[in-house]
Design a protein around this ligand. Structure first.
Ligand SMILES: *[C@@H]1O[C@H](CO)[C@@H](O)[C@H](O)[C@H]1NC(C)=O
Ligand SMILES: *[C@@H]1O[C@H](CO)[C@@H](O)[C@H](O)[C@H]1NC(C)=O
Ligand SMILES: *[C@@H]1O[C@H](CO)[C@@H](O)[C@H](O)[C@H]1NC(C)=O
Ligand SMILES: *[C@@H]1O[C@H](CO)[C@@H](O)[C@H](O)[C@H]1NC(C)=O
Ligand SMILES: [Zn+2]
Length: 963
């Protein structure tokens, strides 16, 4: 899936600005965006969505005995082809329930003797066909065994058919069933979504199968390696359009059960996994184009398409598909590409083969209403999902334990595809902010885990869901980028192409990719790689964490050490490689690129890294490697001096990373806090976005820790001093805020400049913002605020204002016709400083008529991000925990994020105690957020320690810098 969900990457970053000004919510980076990452909500098996879980509680061990007790399918039957007919009813039945009915047949081959047919099925009621629930036929003249008994196993989500005698090895059979299911609004499997069009309620049926919900739509062998072809038929109201993975072949109008309907059939799909299936029945309309005979369509609500909101997505899809076709050297495997914007969708997007689903904010762009950030998110998320059309869909990892390769890969190449579509944006640099620094943050904790897990460690749906996390997406992306950098991009791309060509329509394990890359390496003369791809990559994928490389430029000594944010933390997980890595180090000396150096042991001497006098060394050029860098004091001093005199001598990504490394090395007590703070002094000269953003994110931690203390005054004064030149710069280049800057990153930086300047009281900022908002309130149909600045301006105007400003925002939120506009208002409303408004807003989150279910937990997070809202949100969540966890707890990311969002400021013993008590009281209730709770406790403990040890030094430094 695509990562995101709540807040897009860039909006998440924008929010940092808000925090800095002490007004809102910054949802710490680990939470913020995520393209897909939200995905899969479910922990079936543990907390059924209706709360009627019959499965044993999380803590009760269950010992499997029978074949149907295991979460993995037996290997005796292999599906080949399905015929699936589904009829979703978009009006409630007599009981007020929305249902769908279905018929399905599956042809499978018996490859191992068995008298059991075990097939996934979840929450389906089977109805009788000719007096039988299930019909089994033999193909090619084979006599099928008679059925002895059939039953459902709720825990493992199976339909079990026990036969009177055994199936014949080598023979094929066809299993037929008829069933009904609820078309619930639970965002899983085949589900319904609602919206209003000109005041008229509309209902649509759509699907989300990944990871384990295809079984909720029809009985199927629901594992990614059980690939088959699917002949899909949808029965639907005549006024609706039906879509599925392949092209519609045919339709006919008829009457079924007295209802006039249309029957749409689709071409058989290519051989594919069940989790990539998709169905849609809706009144959506589309715009389309064609590229080399490939039909490309963008679907959404009538109004959105009529307003042209699909145009940007349509414009970039063709080029992105073209880019991947070339990059992979495999043409697009399907005959059409549909992309759909859904009003209710749990994750950011889902790469269903040929029918990709998005949240509306991930696909719809309005040139007059959307910001640069919205546009960037759309192009990157499309690029991510389309990357999967080959990598993931055409060639699929055998099992979910290797999810990191699928998601890490798409999270890396999405930048290449987006760069191709928007060549002036420097998209490739943004991986530093959006993925690498995010991965560094999580992977520096003792509670991290290796990218790769063993197949047998991942079985039940909740374990599968746990794989959809920052490590899989962002560390996966960082490590693959490093691999591509040291192999060089042409070699990497050739290896990918060879892998895709070899395993098309098949399944793989991650070692298959290493093998194909190795083959290309072996055939590339002059490419120096000290060990095999396997040996090098094992150290990055089989052990958790990453190294800090220390270079002593006096002696030329280079050494590595496992980097842990809290040096006192105990790593309990042994590593097969003792936490050492094979590290490719690109570096420069005195401004000149040097030959890449490989650090292959704990300590080594590389004498060309010795410098003296004014000479300096910079390692990890363009942050191509996934590691941090530390230097001897002299080299640090020379780099700082260079930043202050000629910062452009260093690549922009490195300027950003020097700050991030320094702050984190200081957190880990490897260098002094003062040295870290000094890396921000040159910022008064910096005009580039990425270094600024990196600094603001790191200072954001100081704000979270000190906002409620006496350090905050001098800290604010320092920021004011540093930001003022940037604010003035943008004031000038925008002719007094009447224009937006032309450059993509300038547009972001303008947002930072205004956001921070206002928060720290730069003259003229508050008036500017209040003036804009007031103008809008006076004339709601004429919003004078530039889309780029909306998040910041709304938030601050609401913070500066009272109930009137808030209520106006709420009205605008309710009337917003563009999803991203609504989401900006939704986060801004959390900025108020008035407690009763915040409490009322918290209550709204539990009322789906006010805040959509998909947005509930992120809204609570926004409120928790506000220094005044934090205690209110924390109380609210504790009081309503059972309700919240039952309603919203099924989403791993939602949960994770909620816990992270609430605890990110925690830095006192009292808060730690509260957190521990909370955990004690609900020890069984966290499910897949258990890890998030542990991380929260670890982080709070570290915060307490850090504040105690650093407060005096930080106060002294900021005070000295501002007097
Ligand atoms: C699906 O259609 C194909 C081609 O028309 C056919 O060969 C196959 O048997 C069908 N599958 C099922 C389960 O009916
Ligand atoms: C399935 O059967 C159960 C138990 O009889 C019932 O509660 C549920 O409503 C049925 N679902 C549908 C979609 O008919
Ligand atoms: C889409 O492309 C067309 C043709 O190049 C262009 O005129 C239009 O402005 C583009 N639309 C968007 C939203 O970028
Ligand atoms: C899929 O890959 C496996 C293992 O590499 C191979 O044995 C099998 O023949 C392949 N199947 C197809 C349909 O290509
Ligand atoms: Zn993905």
């Amino acid at each position: 899936m695509g990562k995101v969900y709540y807040v897009s990457k860039n909006i998440g970053l924008g929010l940092l600005v808000l925090v800095i000004s002490a007004l809102v919510t910054i949802i710490a980076l680990s939470i913020a965006y995520d393209k897909e990452r939200a995905k899969n909500q479910g922990q079936p098996g543990h907390r059924a969505s209706d709360g009627s879980s019959t499965s044993p509680p999380f803590t009760t061990p269950f010992t499997p005995k029978e074949p149907w007790d295991y979460y993995r399918l037996p290997k005796s039957l292999i599906p080949e082809s399905y015929q699936v007919t589904l009829w979703p009813q978009l009006q409630p039945n007599a009981d007020g329930m929305y249902v769908f009915t279905g018929y399905s047949s599956v042809i499978f081959r018996c490859v191992k003797e068995t008298d059991l047919i075990i097939i996934h099925s979840k929450k389906l009621n089977f109805t009788t066909v000719l007096g039988n629930h299930i019909i089994l036929m033999g193909l090619g003249g084979v006599t099928p065994p008679a059925i002895r008994r059939t039953w459902l196993v709720e825990r493992t989500e199976y339909l079990v058919v026990q036969l009177r005698w055994k199936l014949t090895v080598g023979a094929s059979y066809k299993l037929h069933s008829k069933f009904t299911g609820e078309l619930a609004d639970d965002l899983q499997g085949f589900y319904r979504s609602e919206y209003t069009d000109n005041g008229v309620k509309k209902v649509l049926a759509t699907s989300q199968m990944q990871a384990t919900f295809a079984r909720k739509a029809f009985p199927c062998f629901d594992e990614p390696a059980m690939k088959a072809t699917f002949n899909v038929t949808l029965i639907h109201d005549r006024g609706t359009v039906a879509l599925s993975n392949s092209k519609e072949k045919d339709y006919s109008d008829t009457v079924k059960d007295g209802v006039p309907v249309r029957v749409t059939t689709f071409e058989p799909t290519k051989t594919m996994s069940t989790y990539l299936l998709a169905f849609l029945v809706s009144e959506f309309i589309s715009i389309q184009s064609s590229q080399n005979h490939l039909l490309i369509r963008i679907w959404a609500q009538r109004k959105a398409i009529a307003d042209g909101q699909g145009e940007y997505a349509l414009n970039v899809t063709g080029p992105i598909l073209q880019f991947y076709g070339k990059y992979y050297n495999v043409s697009y495997p399907l005959s059409k590409s549909d992309q759909v914007a859904l009003p209710d969708f749990n994750s950011g997007a889902m790469e269903n083969w040929g029918l990709v689903m998005y949240r509306e904010t991930g696909l719809l762009y309005d040139p007059t209403l959307s910001s640069t950030g919205n546009k960037e998110r759309i192009v990157t998320i499309i690029s991510h999902e389309l990357a999967h059309m080959w990598f993931g869909n055409l060639v699929t990892l055998q099992w979910w334990n290797d999810l990191w390769l699928n998601e890490g890969f798409a999270s890396y190449v999405e930048y290449l595809g987006a760069d191709y579509a928007e060549p002036t944006w420097n998209m490739k640099d943004y991986i530093l902010l959006y993925d690498m620094q995010r991965a560094f943050a999580v992977d520096a904790l003792a509670s991290s885990h290796p990218l790769s897990r063993k197949e047998e460690e991942v079985n039940e749906p909740s374990e599968i869901n746990e794989m959809f996390n920052t490590i899989s997406y962002s560390k996966g992306a960082a490590v693959l980028r490093m691999l591509s950098e040291f192999l060089t991009e042409p070699v990497f791309a050739k290896g990918i192409s060879s892998y895709l060509n070899t395993f098309a329509f098949n399944n793989t394990v991650y070692e298959d990719l290493w093998n194909h890359l190795q083959k290309v390496v072996d055939k590339t003369p002059g490419l120096h790689v000290p060990y095999s791809v396997h040996e090098i990559m094992n150290r990055w994928t089989l052990q958790m964490g990453f190294p800090v490389v220390t270079i002593d430029t006096q002696t030329g000594t280079v050494s590595q050490k496992h980097f842990l944010l809290d040096p006192s933390s105990v790593v309990e997980r042994p590593s097969p490689f003792n936490y050492t890595w094979f590290i490719p180090i690109k570096w420069m000396k005195n401004g000149l690129d040097q030959q890449q150096y490989w650090l292959l042991k704990k300590t080594d001497v590389h004498s060309s890294m010795r410098v003296s006098g004014e000479g300096w060394v910079l390692a990890n050029t363009n942050v191509s490697g996934y590691f941090r860098v530390n230097y001897d004091a002299n080299n640090w001093a020379r780099l700082l001096s260079l930043l202050n005199t000629d910062h452009k001598a260093l690549p922009v990504m490195n300027r950003a990373q020097i700050i991030d490394d320094a702050f984190n090395l200081a957190r880990a007590q490897i260098i002094s806090t003062t040295l870290a703070l000094k890396t921000t002094k040159y910022l008064s000269k910096e005009r580039d976005y990425i270094p600024w953003q990196s600094a603001l994110k790191n200072l954001g931690y100081y704000i979270l820790m000190f906002e409620r203390t006496e350090v905050y005054g001098p800290l604010q004064a320092y920021l004011k001093k540093q930001i003022k030149p940037l604010f003035e710069y943008f004031k000038t280049i925008t002719s007094d805020w009447t224009k937006v800057p032309a450059g993509h990153s300038d547009q972001y930086n303008q947002i930072d400049a205004i956001g921070i300047a206002c928060g720290v009281g730069v003259e003229g900022c508050r008036e500017l913002i209040q003036g804009w908002y007031k103008q809008w309130m006076e004339n709601p149909n004429q919003n004078p605020i530039h889309p780029n600045l909306k998040s910041t301006v709304y938030c601050k105007a609401i913070a500066f204002g009272g109930a009137e400003e808030w209520d106006f925002a709420w009205r605008m939120f309710e009337n917003a016709s563009l999803a991203s506009e609504a989401s900006k208002l939704r986060s801004a409303m959390a900025c108020t400083k008035i407690p009763w408004l915040l409490n009322r807003y918290l209550e709204y989150t539990l009322d789906p008529a006010k805040i959509r279910k998909q947005d509930a937990t992120s809204t609570i997070q926004y409120i928790a991000g506000n220094v005044i809202g934090l205690p209110l949100a924390w109380n609210f969540v504790r009081e309503r925990w059972s309700y919240i966890s039952q309603q919203y707890g099924r989403g791993l990311f939602a949960f994770h994020n909620l816990v992270n969002g609430i605890t990110m400021r925690f830095s006192t013993e009292f808060e730690l105690q509260e957190l521990k008590e909370f955990k004690e009281h609900h020890h069984a209730g966290f499910g897949s957020a258990t890890l998030a709770m542990e991380q929260a406790i670890e982080k709070t403990t570290a915060n307490i320690k850090w504040v105690t040890e650093n407060k005096a030094e930080v106060l002294k430094w900021f005070t000295e810098e501002t007097t």
